[in-house]
Design a protein around this ligand. Structure first.
Ligand SMILES: C[S@@+](CC[C@H](N)C(=O)[O-])C[C@H]1O[C@@H](n2cnc3c(N)ncnc32)[C@H](O)[C@@H]1O
Length: 412
C-alpha cells in the first residue's frame, strides 16, 4: 500500500476515541514514508537476536505482541519544529506488510520498550555520543547495549536497571548470547538516579539515560541528571527522545506566550497538556527576562540550545522547583493508579456522589490546539501573510509507548 493510501486509511479507520490527541498527525506526502519491512529487518539486533516469550515476575519479553499492520501508520523518529513557521512535524512510517517487533512489557498495561523504527532511529542519533566506557541507565530489551557492544568505539559497558526480572530477561536473551557480550562488565540492579547521584561517574566517557516511556516520564529523571553534566564535564550525557522533550516544551511555551499576548495581565497559563513540562515552561518563562519583539526573538528564545541552557540552569539552581515538578508528577501517577484500580471495579456511577469527591477536573484537559496558537502568535508578530499556518491537524496522535498501534474500528 502506498504511503498516501495508508494515510487515507489512517484518517478513515483510526478510532479517534482510543488515542489521546496531542502532537502532530501525519500530513499528506510530508512526513510519512513507506517502508518495506525487509529494510527494517536489516537492523543488526532484529536480524541476530531472537527474542522469544519469557516471563519473569511481572515482566515479559515477547516478539510478536507489538504489531504494525500493513498500511497503518506508526512513529518513525523524533518530532521536530520549524522555527520559522513554528510548525511541529512528526515522522511516521507505514509498512507494506505486517511487521511484529520485540517488546518488553510490565503487566498488561505498560510497554517499556519495543525495537522498531522509532527506537532504531533515536538510537542511531545518539550513538555517536556513546563511546568509550559507557554507562546505560535502563536495560529494557538490551537494544542499545547490543548496538554498543558491536561498536568498536565502545570499550566497556555497565548497566543500571531497576528490576531484577528485567536483568534476568536481558541476560538470558541478549547479553548472554551476543557477540562481544564480554564488554558488559557490571549489571547493577537499583534505581538509576540514586546510582548516578551517589557513585563516582568520572570513569565513564558516556552516560545514557533511558528509564522512561515518554517525555512526561522523562522530566524528573532528566532534571536530576542534567546537573551532573557540570560535575562531569568530560563525560557525554545522552538522553532518549531529548528532541521530543524540547518540542513539547516549545509547545507549552508558545501557549504561554500566546496567552500573554491575548490576555496580558492574566497569571501565566499554558496548554497544560503535559503537566510536568507545562510547569517547567511556566518557570522558564517567569525566570527568563526575555524580550520578544519579532519572529527572530521568538525563534531564538524557543530554540533547542537556548531552552536546553535554561532548563539546565533551572535544574542546577532551582532544586525546589524540581521538587515541585516531582511532587506533581507523583500526584498524577497516584491519580492514574487510583483510576486504574477503579477501572477494575464493578460499580454503579452515581453522579451526585462523584461531584462531591474532592478530585480536581479532568485529567485529560488537552487545552488549545497547537495550530491555533501558532496562528495567533504569528499573526500578532508578523501580520500573518508570509507564512503558512500548520496544515489541518497539528494536533495528532500520541502513540504513547514508542508508537503503540492505535486501534482500528472493527469492520462491519
Ligand atoms: C525504555 S526501557 C530502556 C530501553 C533500552 N535503552 C533498550 O535499548 O532496550 C526503560 C528501562 O528502564 C527501567 N527502569 C525504569 N525505572 C528505572 C529506574 N528508576 N532505574 C533504573 N531502571 C529503571 C525499566 O525497567 C526498563 O527496563
Amino acid at each position: 500500500m502506498e504511503a498516501e493510501e495508508a494515510l487515507r486509511d489512517y484518517e478513515t479507520n483510526v478510532n479517534m476515541m482510543d488515542v489521546p490527541f496531542y502532537g502532530p498527525k501525519p500530513q499528506k506526502g510530508v512526513n510519512i514514508v513507506h517502508i518495506n519491512p525487509k529494510s527494517i529487518y536489516t537492523d543488526p539486533y532484529l536480524r541476530q537476536v531472537d527474542i522469544t516469550f519469557q516471563q519473569e515476575g511481572d515482566f515479559i519479553y515477547s516478539s510478536d505482541k507489538r504489531k504494525v499492520l500493513a498500511g497503518t501508520v506508526a512513529k518513525r523518529d523524533q518530532d521536530k519544529r520549524n522555527l520559522n513557521t513554528l510548525i511541529r512535524t512528526a515522522h511516521f512510517f507505514t509498512p507494506d506488510s505486517d511487521v511484529a517487533f520485540p517488546m518488553l512489557s510490565e503487566g498488561t498495561q505498560k510497554v517499556w520498550m519495543t525495537v522498531e523504527p522509532l527506537e532504531i532511529n533515536t538510537h542511531d542519533s545518539r550513538a555517536k555520543k556513546i563511546k568509550g566506557n559507557v554507562l546505560y541507565l535502563g536495560a529494557g530489551l538490551g537494544y542499545s547495549v547490543f548496538r554498543s557492544a558491536a561498536d568498536q568505539g565502545v570499550k566497556s559497558i555497565d548497566i543500571v536497571e531497576l528490576s531484577p526480572d528485567v536483568k534476568k530477561l536481558c541476560e538470558d536473551q541478549v547479553i548472554g548470547k551476543m557477540p562481544n557480550g564480554d564488554k558488559v562488565k557490571n549489571f547493577f540492579v537499583g534505581d538509576a538516579i540514586s546510582f548516578i547521584s551517589n557513585e563516582d561517574l568520572s570513569a565513564y566517557n558516556s552516560v545514557d539515560l533511558d528509564i522512561y516511556r515518554d517525555t512526561q516520564g522523562m522530566i524528573v529523571p532528566y532534571l536530576k541528571t542534567l546537573p551532573l553534566e557540570e560535575k562531569y564535564p568530560k563525560t557525554n550525557f545522552s538522553y532518549w527522545i531529548e528532541g521530543n522533550f524540547y518540542v513539547d516544551l516549545q509547545t507549552e511555551i508558545l501557549a504561554i506566550i500566546r496567552q500573554m499576548i491575548l490576555r496580558p495581565g492574566d497569571s501565566i497559563g499554558g496548554l497544560g497538556y503535559s503537566h510536568g513540562i507545562g510547569m517547567l515552561a511556566k518557570c522558564l518563562v517567569e525566570e527568563a527576562n526575555a524580550v520578544i519583539n519579532n519572529r527572530e526573538d521568538l525563534s531564538n528564545f524557543i530554540s533547542f540550545n537556548n531552552l536546553r541552557d535554561l532548563t539546565k540552569d533551572f535544574a542546577i539552581n532551582n532544586p525546589s522547583g524540581v521538587k515541585k515538578i516531582e511532587c506533581e508528577m507523583e500526584r498524577i501517577a497516584q491519580q492514574r493508579r487510583i483510576q486504574q484500580m477503579f477501572s477494575n471495579m464493578n460499580f454503579v456511577y452515581i453522579k451526585e456522589l462523584a461531584d462531591q469527591l474532592p478530585i480536581p477536573g479532568s485529567l485529560e484537559d488537552t487545552g488549545q490546539k497547537t495550530e491555533e496558537l501558532t496562528d495567533a502568535i504569528l499573526h500578532y508578530l508578523m501580520g500573518g501573510d508570509e507564512f503558512t499556518v500548520a496544515p489541518e491537524g497539528t494536533n495528532g496522535t500520541d502513540f504513547g509507548n514508542n508508537g503503540l498501534s492505535f486501534t482500528k474500528k472493527p469492520s462491519k
